[in-house]
Ligand binder design. Sequence first.
Ligand SMILES: [Zn+2]
Length: 475
Amino acid sequence: MWYSKLSNKALWKAFDEISRIPRESKHEEAIRAYLLDWAAKHGLEAKTDRIGNIVIKAPATAGLEKLPPVAIQAHVDMVCVKTAKSKHDFRNDPIAIICDGDTIKAKDTTLGGDDGIGVAIALSILGDRTAEHGPLEGIFTVDEETGMTGAINIDPAIVDAKYLINLDSENEGEIAVGCAGGIEVSASCRAKAEKAEGIPLKVSVSGLLGGHSGSEIHLERGNAIKILARYLNRLPSFQIASFTGGTLHNVIPFSAEAVITVPDRDVALSIAGNLRKELENEFRESDPGLKFEVKDTEMPQAALKRKKSQKIADALFCLPHGVRSRIPSMLDTVETSVNLATARLEEGRFTVLFSLRSMIDSKKMALVEEIQTLLEGYGFSSKVSGGSPAWEKSDGSRFAQEFIKLYRKITGRKPEIRVLHGILECGILAARIPGLSAISLGPDVKDVHSVNETLSIASSERLADCVRKMLPLLK
Ligand SMILES: [Zn+2]
């Protein structure tokens, strides 16, 4: 057994068992069945809701019944990524764990330390009859990675906890006490093609670093759609024949491409040359790999009218992207941001998608209104979808203060208090479940969502120990 020499056997046995069970987001049947079976074997009550979340309840240790009910929370699903040569089947195969010094990783796949370690810590404590605690529950949510639909749709009736310890953060020593809320705005306008005229050119923006629109929006990286629009906006006249930029709502667009026609090739190339120089200077720190190219291409069959093309380019040029505001008392933390995530011309319509985040719900909605007003002015109709409330900074709450005090006492370390621009399930749970206070922490996990994901053994064991010691003291 890879964990036979590690100190916290119960923790790593739980992690090992979880790693053998397929748990891709939205395909969580097997891991859910495992948890229900685990609860039954340990004689613990388990409750489920319609979306598939599971809550396992361990009664209080004798004498500690009066303590407030506490939950340890983690998500059961994992991001399934493998190397190009890997034959791993995420629906059937167990994760092959490699233990190397202080770290564990997986052979050719993501490890699922995010958030398998959270599930394992919760199980190792729930299943330990010598652990002291008040009424304790493990909240195991489904589908965190592809939409947080478990947390969003949790049935509050299955949760008794007043305090929630979320174990889905990635740096030991940091405690998150707040996170952004999010929402999406999608918009489209009719974009009928007619005969293309002039000289065809392919404009492409590539080599940008992109990144996550929550955790990396503050890095001031280029948005390929905005750069492409900046070029089009400078052209005196053009027709758009094709346009595609961006990938997912939460990914900063790292590439975009358009085929256009122009009346004067030399003018278009000269404008491109000037812009390239500006871009190379502007993005030399954030995106040294940036490539902006305008090349000859084949004549497209059809393209949008000049006026429509101009209007779309104007819209993309003027619509906002990036950090909007920072928290006044924590200027290194983003408060409100928007990712102009995708833009494409397809099937006679031009569509755009924005993903917004803010620590203050009303600021998020004000930015939605601003974007919708702009879109309307450029002939787009828009709609708002998704949406999770902000988890407002709670470090003043009694629970957070108590937790931080105990954390210092138990670990001898002063934690860093963080507010995340990413969205955490515990923020959604705190908003959905009346009277629930939450904090989020986790062991050192690196390169999550990639085949290089690693988890620190010592850090995981320290965290498990800290949570276990904290439980009987939380009042
Ligand atoms: Zn996670």
